[in-house]
Design a protein around this ligand. Sequence first.
Ligand code: CP3
Length: 344
Amino acid sequence: MTASKTILRALAGETLPTPPIWMMRQAGRYLPEYKATRAQAGDFLSLCYNPELAAEVTLQPIRRYGFDAAILFADILLLPQALGADLWFETGEGPRLSTITSGAELANLKPVEDIHETLNPVYETVKILSEELPKETTLIGFAGAPWTVATYMIAGHGTPDQGPAHALKAEGKTTFEGILDRLTEGTIEYLSRQIQAGAEVVKIFDSWAGSLQGTDFNDYSLKPMQRITSAIKERHPGVPVIAFPRGAGQDYEGAHAATGADCIALDDGVTAEWAAGAVQKDGCVQGNLASSHMVTGGDALISETKRICQAFNQGPHIFNLGHGITPDADPKNVAIMIETVRNA
Ligand code: CP3
């Protein structure tokens, strides 16, 4: 029964005695079973495009820990690939893409209608999951926010300061805004298909929002997320949206209204005590335990988990980390975090 799923209740604004919990990158390299399935698939992208195996790794952390939500196993960079950019992963170094920095290269991208040819296996994964997940577990679909995806498309790889994207914004604004527009349109179609296939919630990851300041933050992080959210709400009334403008700092205040999202995901750069007053007053929040506790464990893991639960216990809250769990995390610490949340 949909109405009893705890994540959907929190997203609808309900204050629950125990916050529901899931974890960014919960299917990942800290789990031996993930590594085994990944080895079976060959490489990371083959795993993303293999519906049976992608569904299997999505289910692994649900079986092991009983999280309240499963997040589709895929990547934010599949969309640029579906638009025609080359994408590959260098072992130990992360993603590589063919760059888009000129109007001609932008014009060469495929039309948005064509993305599904590449992305169909992802929708197939969603379908398998909506059949195989336990009935109390919520299925979350996702995409990257246009700014964050654009930073990889413009640079051709991850960057510490998103320098190449800032340079294009300054020197080639028309091309820069054209890339963001194309990604915004593509993201609406991509998320819409995930919802049609069975995703019950969608999350938009703006992992590099924190490098945008002032009007740039407004125009290139919040506004595109707002466009995506309002299109999703128009097409799929009742499907909640989580927005994650990571690194927004004090700009987290007002993010519910500015994005139209049902829930704002918080990184660990803001305190839960501040965010309870500044952000949770406007709706559900998700977060925000520092991922390092999954590596270090001990008393600090327990006391920090309790502190965050307590700070957010007067309003709607989904417990999560402030960012993804890292490969050096100890799977035992995840179990301790969950037990602490559920017994807090
Ligand atoms: O959260 C989940 O478990 C769902 C799956 C998921 C992945 N990536 C799988 C993945 C999600 C939601 C993402 C989002 C993603 N991908 C973001 C935004 C969120 C964030 O973490 O800030 C970004 C920036 C990417 C792009 C990306 N993908 C990078 C930079 C890398 C390399 C860094 C790394 O962690 O290896 C990836 C690879 C990636 N995406 C892995 C996983 C499990 C590791 C691949 C492997 O198995 O080697």
